[in-house]
Structures are given as C-alpha cells and as structure tokens.
Design a protein around this ligand. Structure first.
Ligand code: CUA
Length: 311
C-alpha cells in the first residue's frame, strides 16, 4: 500500500492541482481524526474492563451518555462541517479563461478547445492545459453516464447525457497526468483513459496555435490516405486540413503525436494500429468501431502508416 504513494502519474496521493490538494488534506485530516477517536475508545474500553470500581450508578451513567453520546459527537461533527464546507465550494474561474469541452463516448473522449474567438479545436483522448491558469471543463456525454477523473489534479465529475457539468482545474506543475473514467459505462469501461499534459503557458499557447494548422498536406496522396476513404474510415473520423470532417469517432488529426491508441488501451505503434483497424472489438470489446476482418493486412498497414504520419 505504501508503494502506491510512489505513483505520481495517476494518484490522488500525489496532488499537483489546487482541488486535488484540498481533497488530499481533507482525506488526511479525516483519517487522523478517525484514528484519534478509535484510540480514545480503546483507552476507555481498557479502563472500563480494568477498573476496580463497581458498576456506575444512575447519575454517573446519565452523565456518560450526555458527554459521549451528546456533547462529543456534536462538537466533532460541527468541527468537521466547518472544516469541509469551504472546500466544497467550486473554484472560481475568471471569464477569459480557457474552456475545454469533453464529451464521454463509448469508450473514448471527445475534446474541444474553446477560446471564444475562433472555431473550436477538436481532439480526442488527450487534453493539454496550461500550468497556473484556471481551466474550465464543460463535461457531458453522448450515450451513457461516464465520470471524468484526473486524480492528480481534481476530484471526480459525472458526465451525464443532456446535461453539462462544470469542473474547474488549476495545475500547479508541468507534467503528464492520467485521467480515467470512474463510472461503469459498458464492456470497455476499464479501457477508457486519457492523458492530461500540463504545459508551461507559453508552450501551451504555441502548441494551440500549431494544432490549429492543417496537418501535413503532402501525406494526402499516399495509398494509406486513399484506403482511408475507400474503406469508409472518413465516415466517422476527421483529419484536420483534409476533406474528412466526420465527428462520430475520435478525431485523428496528429495521430502520429499521440501517446496511446484506443484511449489508453495500446501503444500507438504501426503494428498495433493496423491490428486495431482490422479487429477493434478484440482490443476494445463493445466499442462502436466496426471490425474489418476481410481487410488485407497490407491495406491495414498502409492506413496505419499514413495515420502515423499525421503530425
Ligand atoms: Cu466511460 Cu466508464
């Protein structure tokens, strides 16, 4: 159990966000209080069984009930309430802060960066945020209820179809944090993760600017690009800067820069990508992506090679 504390990638015990830090201290305070009370009860029980005095008389008994059954819980619970109430207030966000809309899908994350001025930038299964700035996450779902949790940065928030829940996050340190779905949402619930990359504000602005540009135009003429359309991949997936702009499946613009395939399921190597294209259901049971068992292996490899070029 102690070793779990060494995991800084996905751990509520290693907080690097304002809200996660508050939750961390609340957890330790409650645990310390619980241990203290348990010790107190143990001491009282020991005294009661080892005391040479006889049974309490009626008046002493009533006093015991009054103090331990009335006064003590009232004081402890009031103290806890006063301690916890300020921490339940959602963090305030300035109006000009970055808003990122995330929709939970079976079983991936549709990400949309909105800075209010231009058309939103679409992405999938990876969220980048600037360090030290408050980021507002508008969270919803398209199919079933999911739950959005980045243990190192903030608490959990449900994603409910037809409703938008708001989570305000402020990262304190640059790094990569892992987020997960924490509401059972179907067969591949456990295969629904995402990376949150907290970047220095300047680096983030530069990345956002670069990400808005179309992907490399030269790669559009390869056989993989043609097969991508021939097999109808473009009916679901978008690649920015090409004519493919469907929004049913994950956006594949800059797939070549992704750290994972299938929302944290596999390493995004060319072989894994080709295997996933032919038989998505084998890697993500219940996923909406159809399998293509009759697709020749070299076709899958060509599409995978083209996708890896998208940067
Ligand atoms: Cu989405 Cu569990």
């Amino acid at each position: 159990m102690l070793l779990v504390g060494c995991n800084t990638h996905q751990s509520a015990l290693a907080p690097f966000g304002v809200e996660a830090r508050e939750t961390y201290w609340l957890t330790w305070s409650l645990s310390a209080g619980a241990v203290l009370i348990a010790l107190l009860v143990a001491v009282l029980a020991w005294r009661a069984t080892h005391s040479s005095e006889g049974a309490l008389n009626h008046k002493q008994g009533m006093q015991l009930v009054l103090w331990l059954g009335g006064v003590f819980p009232t004081v402890v619970l009031t103290g806890l309430l006063l301690f916890a109430l300020p921490q339940m207030r959602p963090m305030a966000a300035a109006s000009n802060d970055l808003t990122i809309r995330v929709e939970g899908e079976q079983f991936w994350w549709h990400v949309q960066y909105e800075d209010g001025t231009r058309t939103p930038l679409l992405a999938a299964n990876e969220v980048r945020i600037p360090v030290g700035r408050t980021v507002v996450f508008d969270l919803t779902a398209t199919d079933v209820i999911h739950s959005f949790w980045i243990p190192g940065l903030a608490g959990k928030m449900d994603m409910i179809p037809g409703r938008t829940n708001r989570l305000v996050v402020k990262a304190e340190k640059a790094g990569t944090y892992r987020g997960v779905c924490t509401e059972f949402c179907g067969l591949s619930h456990a295969l629904m993760a995402f990376d949150v990359i907290a970047m220095e504000p300047d680096a983030f602005d530069a990345w956002l600017e670069a990400a808005r540009r179309p992907v490399k135009a030269a790669s559009r003429t390869t056989s993989g690009a043609k097969l991508f359309s021939d097999y109808g991949c473009n009916a679901c997936h978008a690649v920015r800067g090409t004519e493919h702009d469907a929004r049913i499946g994950p956006d594949l613009s800059r797939y070549g820069t992704r750290a994972s395939l299938g929302a944290g399921t596999l390493e995004p190597t060319a072989e894994n990508t080709a295997a996933f294209i032919r038989d998505a259901d084998a890697f993500k049971p219940g996923a909406r992506m159809p399998s293509y068992p009759s697709m020749p292996a070299d076709h899958a490899r060509a599409i995978a090679a083209w996708l890896k070029e998208l940067k």
